[in-house]
Design a binder for this molecule. Structure first.
Ligand SMILES: [Fe+2]
Ligand SMILES: [Fe+2]
Length: 282
């Protein structure tokens, strides 16, 4: 692959643009190859369709050019925009881990349980796509992989706090095995695109390196450090650096303290993303 361009369509922050922002994530990925071909895919679809569709229009993005949709995990802030996308992408492949259909209750507010998994409209909209649910890493295009289920080599408990699901009629802890990402290899580096990083960003980077054979990494997306305490934050950032992360482009659920720690360790190699932000790696 000769280059990767990532355009942030949905994010919490609009920067100094006139675009919209919401709690959620969606990124358009454009893969360019030496023979001049281009392949476009969409990682996640935001919380509502309003922000995704309006920002795509304002940025001149033609959603009909998207060849495959990937869901990083089931949370509604990443999957809620799917019903309206049917108008543009009916019948296209949609890739995700099979656990995305399970409920996910957020119990952070005590016993008030609220399913933050796939919204009802999104469950219905899945029927309009060619759904491919896989646990193993899967090559979507040359040098571009869906990472499948992420091996939890490093502790990721900071990123799955307060999630529960139902198994055999019991409420049990929910490990978010559906949380995955994309690995896009350019030269000896891998661009790791993560939605929420519930599997632990250091684990996702480790798996992306293993799948692609790259030894350096660039991370783009949400790192879910917002729920990490001081110790977890220090450990995760150290693990990322030890895994060869050279540069990061982050936002969404990374959190202010996570962003501050990354600035401390990476200086001007840490970038805060916003809607309309473009990252190009050659
Ligand atoms: Fe999220
Ligand atoms: Fe999430």
């Amino acid at each position: 692959m000769s280059s990767v361009e990532i355009t942030i369509l949905v994010e919490e922050y609009a920067g100094f643009t006139e675009l919209l922002a919401e709690h959620g994530f969606s990124a358009l990925v454009s893969l360019k190859y030496d023979d001049g071909t281009t392949y476009k895919l969409l990682l996640d679809v935001g919380r509502t369709d309003r922000v995704l569709l309006e920002n795509a229009k304002a940025l001149g993005v033609d959603l009909e050019d998207v060849e495959v949709v990937v869901l990083s995990h089931r949370h509604h802030d990443h999957t809620g925009g799917l019903p309206k996308l049917v108008d543009f992408l009916r019948g296209r492949p949609l890739i995700a881990h099979p656990a995305i259909t399970r409920p996910c209750f957020d119990v952070s507010r005590g016993f008030t349980r609220f399913d933050v998994g796939l919204p009802l409209g999104t469950k219905r909209a899945l029927n309009e796509f060619e759904v491919i649910m896989v646990k193993r890493p899967f090559e979507l295009a040359p040098s571009a992989f869906f990472l499948g289920e992420i091996e939890r080599f490093y502790d990721n408990s900071y990123a799955v706090k307060n999630f529960r699901t139902v198994v055999n009629e019991e409420i049990v802890e929910e490990p978010m095995h559906d949380d995955s990402g994309l690995a896009l290899k350019v030269g000896n580096r891998v661009v790791v695109l993560a939605g929420c990083s519930h599997s632990g960003i250091s684990n996702i980077v480790r798996q992306a390196k293993r799948v692609t054979g790259a030894d350096k990494a660039i991370v783009v997306g949400g790192l879910h450090l917002i729920t990490a305490d001081e110790n977890a934050l220090r450990d995760v950032v150290d693990q990322m650096l030890n895994e060869g992360v050279e540069e990061v482009y982050v936002g969404h659920c990374t959190g202010l303290k996570g962003e501050a720690k990354l600035v401390e360790k990476l200086g001007n190699k840490m970038h805060k993303i916003h809607t309309g932000y473009k990252v190009e790696i050659k």
